[in-house]
Write a protein that binds this ligand. Sequence first.
Ligand code: HEM
Length: 442
Amino acid sequence: MISEAISPKIAPGPQEFPDLWQNPLQTLVDAAREYGDVVCLDPHERRIYLLTHPDHVKHVLQDNYRNYRRDADSFKLLAGNGLIVSEGDFWLRQRRLIQPAFHRQQIAALTATMTEVTAAMLERWQVAAEQGEPLDVLAEMMKLTLTIIVKTMFGGDVTEEVEAAAHALDVGQAYLYQQGWDYAGELGSSGEVEFRQAMDTLDRMVYRLIDQRRRSGEARPDLLSMLLQARDEETGEGMSEQQLRDEIVTIFGAGRDTTALGLAWTWYLLDQHPEVERRLRAEVSGALKGRSPTFADLPHLAYTRQVFEEALRLYPPGWMTARLSLGEDEIGGYFIPANAEIFLSPYVTQRRPDLWEQPDRFDPERFAPERAAVRPRFAYFPFGGGPRVCIGNTFALVEAQLVLAMVTQAYQLRLFPGCQVEPEALITLRPKNLWMTVTRGA
Ligand code: HEM
């Protein structure tokens, strides 16, 4: 055990707890630049620490992860005891059961659904293109990623399911914010009755689909079949209905906003960097020659993937990952007490000037394999890391590669004149005012 008496070095930091909610991104970037790798943000209680060095991030997420608990209890209302929330042996069992559904080979079987849903969106955009109407690009990306995740989960015609899931997530998120996180007061509000109703509708739908599939005994190439077939290696048991429901709702929640935000930021960055957009366009037309992409095309869309990876560096949708220390620790020579809140921010680490040359510049070449290989692993962690790394990271990267290629083939997106896009750091990092026009081809 480490104690303050033996290791008295207290991490430096500001004299007063900074007003994080005014401009959290810049405040944390400034704190790291001023005070160094380990910053104590609350000088009186000494319970809140910001860690931005890759080795320290690795220590918390990977090497000593058992000492750091993800504090995601507030998601329980929505996600029950799904992967995001669960802990310990139960989490491990669930993770092992679900992991195979997200293996790359398995994702390959889902790519036709991804491209089919994207093609339908592109067709719908035709009207906006003809009329020069700007689109709310974030709302469009949310609709797209949710439709993809619901359809890859259940297969078939999912119009009703997508609507129920979208409504439940919107109402649920608004309700959660209202329960304590709505410091910006901008996410709308939702009463308990509305929340319960939306969750009931969603639950009824999920249970009905599970039941139908169990009765039919049909094995389809979708995520639901994988989850139903999953068996514990030791006991041979599958998941209970309640647990299946929790995991399905967790996957909907975790898979919608994050991927949509990554895509939305990419469209914004491409608008600001025509030279990158030209190169992307050249790669896509060279690799696909006008046809729809398949899983086999992905290796030939390497720059497309780099563009997305670089967007996730500058604007990581999960801009902050928090952990709670269970016992005392020492990090970078500084004392970390038990029950301390540890802030890890991909946004801050991924803009450290000692790790990234000209860190604010959008440059997808940073993700060329030879350059990525020489960086410390945790210099970049938009998907987290260690045992609790995002289970959907391959799913998201494949999806983004396909969507970027298909949209680029069909349209050019341009920021609507007068729109001032600003990052808004709530639970996720959102682009405010992202209205864009779409024009056919380029
Ligand atoms: C660009 C898109 C995405 C980003 C940036 C992202 C980011 C993250 C991050 C940072 C974590 C770890 C949080 C922590 O350590 O506290 C996480 C966990 C998770 N993500 Fe994602 N995610 C994305 C897409 C997806 C998708 C598409 C799915 C599902 C289809 C998904 C499902 C999950 C789940 C279930 C967890 C919890 C894993 C566990 O605790 O075992 N994510 N994600």
